[in-house]
Design a protein around this ligand. Structure first.
Ligand SMILES: *[C@@H]1O[C@H](CO)[C@@H](O)[C@H](O)[C@H]1NC(C)=O
Ligand SMILES: *[C@@H]1O[C@H](CO)[C@@H](O)[C@H](O)[C@H]1NC(C)=O
Ligand SMILES: *[C@@H]1O[C@H](CO)[C@@H](O)[C@H](O)[C@H]1NC(C)=O
Ligand SMILES: *[C@@H]1O[C@H](CO)[C@@H](O)[C@H](O)[C@H]1NC(C)=O
Length: 382
């Protein structure tokens, strides 16, 4: 246990509250859940306060018989903020990420920050529906070294001898609402060669509503990021794969992200799964850097009413001329909504584009351009 390390920051926070310095603290003290995500939820401590070092030292000095005190302090601290430290080297509260998630009470109603110290965590992690308001926080200097990694693929068998299928391959599954993460790498190490069967391997699956991913990395090959359901905000993140590597029926904004294709020959970035015109879902890529290898589609119409828009993006010369695919169902050319607006780079040339896709006008693109697309005014305070 290294709870001690938090105490100074927590005490400072308490003083701040007592002196009425921080109105936001007052919010955290209440038992009521907050229905938004702010920068605070992605941070170790507040601005202007001394940062707690992630490199937990072997501090033996006050470990004798002070545990009771520390625990009491920690208990008091929970009324302000709750922290759980994951350190694979055994000096945190848990050596696994799932272990930390398991410590969070069911029907949790207050933000719990799980600090993940650098290391490769080889495990499959699920944040269940019953545990909202969880943050996964890494150290920004060690994003690439803070990895949750697993390697299930669709053709693997479960304990009943049934194939997992793509949906159950995720290294990390987020089923709860108001989740956020920063400075973590989510990885599925399965590599799919073009045309291979059963090699789909999801690194991150998000089914919960209202999630923020800031400066995370999501690494995989086929079906890397399963953006399944709900409104999600991916900001300044890195997403890598080759075939349909951002897929699902979420309503998500990808802003200032680096989308990296590792396709050797063909592949596709987005495969959105909107199936009816009444579904309020879609993928919007804004100001992203699209780069890598291959010749890939910007998107494929996995759903009949698939909806995907790229605006103000840099697109390297890695896109097929037609740009978009109807998933071998010409019907979908009438119903899918695929658009581009003000993109630049060789891959953005629309000369040979499928005629059923659109160069959007300023007016048409407007709803896709900002956080309004995901109703950010209701749940984002960033
Ligand atoms: C992150 O790591 C750096 C370098 O080891 C360290 O100086 C810094 O305090 C850490 N950041 C946090 C928020 O702990
Ligand atoms: C915890 O808070 C209670 C009152 O809420 C107080 O009586 C107690 O002294 C505090 N414990 C510590 C260790 O600060
Ligand atoms: C999908 O997310 C919406 C909120 O955007 C929620 O109302 C609905 O219940 C979710 N569906 C499933 C299957 O989780
Ligand atoms: C795109 O990738 C190529 C090759 O890796 C690299 O040379 C180039 O600088 C990248 N461009 C941008 C804008 O990231």
């Amino acid at each position: 246990m290294k709870v001690e390390a938090f105490i100074p920051a927590v005490l400072l926070l308490c003083f701040g509250v007592m002196l009425g310095l921080k109105s936001s603290c007052a919010l955290q003290m209440g038992k009521e859940s907050r229905s938004y995500i702010s920068w605070e939820d992605l941070r170790v401590v507040e601005d202007g306060r001394p940062e707690r070092s992630f490199s937990v030292k072997e501090d033996k000095s006050n470990s004798v018989n002070t545990n009771a005190n520390v625990n009491a302090n920690a208990k008091n601290a929970t009324s302000l903020e709750r922290f759980i430290v994951v350190d694979k080297n055994g000096r945190g509260d848990s050596v696994t990420v799932q272990g930390a998630v398991d410590m969070v009470p069911r029907s949790n109603s207050q933000r719990v920050k799980i600090f993940i110290l650098p290391g490769i965590y080889r495990e499959k992690v699920t944040v269940p529906r019953s545990k909202p308001y969880i943050s996964f926080i890494g150290n920004e200097s060690y994003v690439e070294e803070t990895v949750i990694s697993w390697s299930d693929k669709a053709s693997d068998l479960d304990s009943d001898g049934k194939e997992l299928g793509t949906c159950r391959t995720a290294s990390v599954s987020i089923e709860s609402d108001f989740f956020c993460a920063t400075a973590i790498t989510f990885e599925n190490t399965v590599v799919a060669e073009a045309g291979e069967k059963g090699k789909q391997g999801v690194a991150l699956k998000v089914t919960g509503d209202k999630a923020v991913f800031y400066k995370v990395r999501v690494l995989g090959s086929q079906d890397t990021l399963f953006d399944d359901n709900g409104s999600h905000y991916f900001y300044q993140s890195y997403i890598q794969g080759d075939v349909d590597f951002i897929f699902g029926n979420g309503k998500s904004l990808y802003q200032d992200c680096h989308i990296h294709s590792t396709a050797k020959r063909y592949g596709a970035i987005a495969a959105h799964h909107r199936d009816s015109p009444t579904e309020d879902t879609g993928f919007s890529f804004v100001n992203c850097d699209i780069n890598g290898t291959g010749k890939v589609y910007l998107g494929r119409a996995w759903g009949k009413y698939s909806r995907t828009v790229y605006s103000n993006c840099f697109i390297a010369d890695i896109i097929t001329r037609v740009g978009w695919s109807d998933w071998q169902d010409p019907e979908r050319q009438r119903t899918a909504m695929f658009g581009e607006y003000n993109c630049r780079g060789r891959g953005a040339e629309r000369g040979g584009r499928a005629p059923w896709t659109k160069t959007l006008t300023r007016n048409e693109v407007k709803p896709f351009l900002s956080r309004e697309f995901i109703y950010g005014d209701q749940w984002l305070r960033l």
